[in-house]
Design a protein around this ligand. Structure first.
Ligand code: SAM
Ligand code: SF4
Length: 331
């Protein structure tokens, strides 16, 4: 079935959906979660596989083509590869991708590739064991790199992307090691500017190490040239001038890309969010569990998406950090 395309009130067509399949995580990254974790959702509060599939199917009928599965840590959800396989079969989806911290990839990479997952983003913030531990509060670098290597043995999983959050005072020492890593391995490393979505609510604007600063530091040693850009892509990708590898910069704070934003998000407890920084969300779980038909759900989704924020206000004086932090939204 095909429904009218989904548009917001600013003329943007929505084609990218990010679904958080769990709020739980086996890491406690400094920039995401407090050391003690967060109060987890009760099992009944989390959308079932059937509910997720229903919403994804409906949104695909409205023109969503790209689906990213995230969390929390998606691989800690029981039978996650089975969910991925199910969603991969939803008509209309062009691409299903997964964002993971990599800890369980040695266990799950094969099943996820077999499920048809098209793309993987693996988060790695440091290539040094002690600094990785400092940032994630888990001594797990070796295991994550082993998971990554295992994933890389599957040709279908390529190109693999590595995400590193860029934080002033931490990431500077990682920049050149990551540049070399991107040159020596078949991975595209992408630096993501630190956003005010941390569990400790201690983000400060001057902690954002900008993409421009990192690019300049790399360019001074390994010259870079810009690669062609897809208008909806969040990353500005550069090639190493000698042709050996690529590196990307996701600059939501210093160079916001809201004008081209085609994304919406569904939280693990079924709230539709139209921006990472939304202060308002729409409870699709309640509508679904009250017995709504697909047409009723469609109307609820359309009116929520129509009100999608024009832009985020991170750089404005009155910025208010949303109640939900990154792991509870789904990055
Ligand atoms: N647990 C998985 C992982 O870490 O890849 C998926 C969920 S995580 C919330 C998704 C992405 O958001 C990760 O790449 C993570 O580094 C990033 N992230 C988390 N908190 C962030 C923040 N405050 N600013 C920028 N990126 C953040
Ligand atoms: Fe977990 Fe990912 Fe958040 Fe780190 S960034 S605490 S791995 S959800």
């Amino acid at each position: 079935m095909v429904r009218d395309p989904l548009h917001d009130g600013h003329g943007r067509r929505i084609s990218d959906l990010r679904v958080s399949v769990t709020d739980r995580c086996n890491f406690r990254c400094q920039y995401c979660m407090p050391a003690e974790g967060l109060p987890w959702l009760e099992r009944a509060e989390v959308l079932s596989f059937e509910e997720i599939e229903r919403l994804v199917t409906l949104l695909a009928q409205m023109g969503v083509e790209e689906l990213r599965l995230t969390g929390g840590e998606p691989l800690v959800r029981r039978d996650f590869p089975a969910l991925a396989a199910r969603l991969k079969r939803v008509p209309g989806l062009r691409e299903v991708s997964v964002t993971t911290n990599g800890f369980l990839l040695e266990r799950d990479a094969e099943a996820l590739v077999a499920a048809g997952v098209d793309r993987f983003n693996v988060s790695v913030d440091s290539l040094q064991r002690d600094r990785f531990y400092e940032q994630t509060r888990r001594d797990a670098l070796e295991r994550v790199l082993a998971g990554l290597e295992h994933l890389a043995t599957f040709p279908e999983a390529h190109p693999i992307k590595i995400n590193a959050v860029a934080i002033r005072g931490f990431t500077e020492d990682e920049v050149l090691p990551f540049a070399r890593f991107a040159r020596e391995h078949p991975y595209e490393v992408r630096f993501i500017e630190y956003m005010p979505l941390d569990g400790d609510r201690s983000w400060k604007a001057d902690q954002v190490l900008t993409g421009a600063e990192i690019r300049a530091a790399i360019h001074a040693v390994y010259p870079l040239e810009p690669a062609a850009r897809d208008p909806h892509a969040t990353a500005r990708v550069h090639r190493f001038a000698d042709g050996q590898g690529r590196i990307g910069f996701i600059n939501p704070v210093s160079e916001p890309f809201c004008g081209d934003c085609n994304r919406i998000r569904l939280t693990a407890d079924g709230r539709l969010r139209t921006c990472l920084f939304s202060l308002h969300e729409t409870d699709l779980r309640a509508v679904m569990r009250a017995g709504a038909t697909d047409d009723e759900l469609e109307r609820t989704i359309r009116s929520a998406v129509w009100a999608k924020e024009l832009k985020h206000h991170v750089n404005d004086p009155g910025f208010v950090q949303p109640k939900r932090t990154m792991s509870a939204i789904g990055g």
